[in-house]
Design a protein around this ligand. Sequence first.
Ligand code: GAF
Length: 373
Amino acid sequence: MRVVDAFREAYGAEPAGVWHAPGRVNLIGEHTDYNDGFVLPFAVPWGVTAAVSPREDGVIRIRSLQAPGKDQVLDDPDRAEGWARYPVGVVWVMRERGLPVGGADIVMDGDVPAGAGLSSSAALEVCAALALNDLYDLGLERMELARIGQKAENDFVGMPCGIMDQAASALSQEGHALFLDCRSLGSRSIPFDLAAHGLQLLIINTGVHHELADGQYARRRRDCENAAKHLGLASLRDVTDLTAALARLSGDERARTQHVVTENHRVEAVIGLLRAGAVQEIGALLNASHLSLRDQYEVSCDELDVAVESAIKGGARGARMTGGGFGGSAIALVADDRVDRVRATVAGAYEERGWAAPEFLPAVPAPGARRLA
Ligand code: GAF
């Protein structure tokens, strides 16, 4: 394994073990996780692999094959920079919690496509959490590892994300989507076998990234929290009468509420269809999710809208943006015999506008985080 060779070269010894954690794509349930709602993501075949050994002196030495020549040697996690803040943040959270986590020698290797919004950050966090859990015998459950990853991202990196991405990376099962209730943190694996129905889920990576990091995500969270407060509810999950709730709200709070409440229902509807063996029927719900994210939640962008619209024009059964928005990827549900036409239509629409060609990746549900050696 490449990462083991790199570990030997960096630290002159064999690693104690090798771990892998995947990125994720979200089928449906967008911007619902931090509203105590429902999500339905699955792990992708790309992620982060780490060779790791424990150290007794508390020091963390960390290297990435994607950042050659930028090794970091840290006697204080707070000094970590750039990409290393995600895995080192996990050490910080574990120590804050009083867990007996010493130092570590770490080499990481990632293959999540750049700019795709497929959560390489959650993969970095969950990979580190799983390795440290094993090496320091912490005995933590998978969901606890996901929560530690989320806390690292919230409090150490400073991105106020929900739990979806880390949970998807830590708990997904091959061939299944992960239904997660973000309030109870109860989860269920739902069989998701598109090939059996002659279908594919195509990831369309726009390769662009607008503004998400510049506070738009945090603003959406605040809109939702304010709306719940106005309604006297703990969270938007608790809205039972949407019409009555909307009558009491206005402006952004009203629009965000409409998205979150209807999106939760769309997740439940998709699960109903998957259980009924009617996966080909979920397309309309993907389309509705996209319109709601575009018009009510306002987290789409031209590149995502064009990807979705041209995929449908090319014959997709449904399509939507996936992930946080403002760039990243869209997904399209496409019958096998229409894949070429969908790709050509989307690529043509991008070319017409003078945009860089999007990347097409088949999304097949992969296993969640695991020890490889
Ligand atoms: C990002 C966040 F990290 C997730 O927690 C989730 O809120 C998602 O955006 C939107 O559904 O990926």
